[in-house]
Design a protein around this ligand. Structure first.
Ligand SMILES: [Ca+2]
Ligand SMILES: [Ca+2]
Length: 439
């Protein structure tokens, strides 16, 4: 996520000259000629399986999606609505967290709602600043047994010391649980599970999500700045640059959590056992497909490419040897494609037609809009573009990446209700939440 106006300003002078949609015009294919951004962005390296969406194969369905984006709660405004999630408790509540440190819920079906129920306010513990806006309250996840144990996990930047990420558990007291109770989260119940020193204010990742295995997954970034200065991406001795997987239901030694015995690097002396996958630059939103359990993650690129990945246990996602399906050479020679470095399913270039900071979404499993069934919805924070991606799991192939037209506001985050509807938010216009509907 490029929330930084500084970074944006740095990118603005680049004039994008992308004149021809590569595969459509009278059989004229102008591949790789159109991307003079930041040097030599060319199609994915030969041998890379990654689809460059700006130069797609003929077989890829890129027709606009007959879907519109509508405000889900037109009377509701929540400033910087950064997490949208159900609680997995059949309550029909949609929880919304803001980046300042508040958590609210609404009845997901109450489209007329004007005011949300605030159930947690830890703004005094959360550091957020507009000029360092990749910090703040970034993640919220409900324990799989939330209905029984009242536990939630949050990810935020603390006020206690500079650039320190905190992953904590909070608990809803027993008398606040259940469909008729207010669901207040006890602010004094905080148990810090993990802190992560962040050298810089950006690239904090920030998604927390419980997997189908009951473990907590944490999407991190490489620490920040540019060119992976700590070389965190390929260094298994650092937590940064990884997706973590921990067990919040047990403890281990002096850790207030356990490390699952089947984590991929538990037996390596030089590795942190929490790491589930690595080679990550800055995951801005990962999500499990509630039906297939696939783990989808969008990794924000640096100079040229944004990418969408399917995450596998122990996988190395390339950063900072690779950016998208390409060699990354800003701090060395990078690396060619190889079986050891998992290139993304798709990549798109830093052009006006595409965007500059991917916002990962979720796989649609709702009932309101059948045409979206099974598609991964995602977008771009800078360009405001939205897409619906189809993936054939048998063939292990992306078969469609279809644009969804809308007004193009910054795509801040995605979320999902317990019945599988996908929501999306922008921090513009006071903070608004959208859903998807067939045209
Ligand atoms: Ca950071
Ligand atoms: Ca990658």
């Amino acid at each position: 996520m490029i929330f930084s106006t500084r970074l944006l300003a740095a990118s603005l002078p680049v004039v994008v000259q992308r004149a021809v949609a590569c595969t459509l015009t009278l059989g004229i294919v102008i591949a790789g000629t159109s991307l003079p951004v930041g040097g030599t962005a060319e199609a994915a390296d030969q041998g890379s399986p990654t689809i460059n969406l700006a130069d797609p194969p003929q077989s890829l369905d890129v027709r606009p999606m007959p879907v519109k984006v509508v405000e889900a709660y037109p009377n509701l405004r929540i400033a910087r609505p950064i997490v949208l999630t159900g609680a997995g408790d059949d309550s029909g509540r949609l929880y919304i967290a803001d980046q300042y440190g508040q958590v609210f819920w609404i009845d997901q079906d109450d489209t007329e709602v004007e005011e949300a129920n605030r159930v947690l306010d830890i703004r005094d513990r959360v550091r957020y600043a507009d000029n360092e806006n990749e910090e703040g309250f970034l993640g919220l996840a409900f324990h799989p047994q939330y209905a029984q144990n009242g536990q939630i996990v949050v990810y935020y930047t603390t006020t206690k010391e500079p650039h320190l990420s905190v992953i904590s558990r909070f608990t809803v007291p027993e008398n606040q649980r259940g469909p008729d109770a207010d669901g207040k989260i006890d602010p004094d119940s905080e148990e810090v599970l993990l802190t992560i020193k962040q050298p810089f204010w950006n690239h904090n990742g920030g998604t927390v999500a419980f997997g189908p295995d009951g473990y907590l997954y944490v999407g991190l970034g490489d620490g920040g700045k540019a060119n992976d200065p700590l070389q965190a991406g390929q260094d298994l001795s650092q937590l940064l640059g990884s997706i973590l997987r921990i067990d919040v239901d047990s403890t281990q030694g002096d850790k207030p959590y356990g490390i699952p015995a089947d984590n991929p690097f538990v037996d390596r002396e030089d590795a942190q056992g929490e790491i589930f996958a690595y080679g990550i630059r800055n995951i801005w939103r990962l999500a499990f497909d509630p039906k297939t359990n696939d783990l989808w993650a969008a990794d924000v690129g640096q100079n040229e490419w944004e990418e969408v990945n399917l995450i596998r246990k122990g996988g190395n996602y390339g950063w900072s040897l690779r950016e998208g399906g390409n060699r990354f050479t800003k701090n060395g020679n990078g690396a060619p494609p190889s079986p050891e470095l998992i290139d993304p399913l798709v990549e798109y270039p830093h052009t006006e037609d595409w965007g500059k900071s991917v916002t990962g979404g979720a796989v649609y499993r709702g009932s309101r809009t059948p045409i979206l069934q099974g598609m991964y919805l995602y977008g771009d924070y800078v360009s405001g573009k939205l897409w619906a991606l189809a993936y054939d799991r048998q063939a292990e192939k992306v078969t469609a990446n279809r644009p969804i037209a809308w007004q193009g506001l910054p795509v801040f985050t995605f979320g999902q209700t317990d019945d599988g509807e996908v929501l999306m938010s922008t921090m513009m216009g006071g903070g608004r939440i959208y859903r998807f509907e067939a045209k």
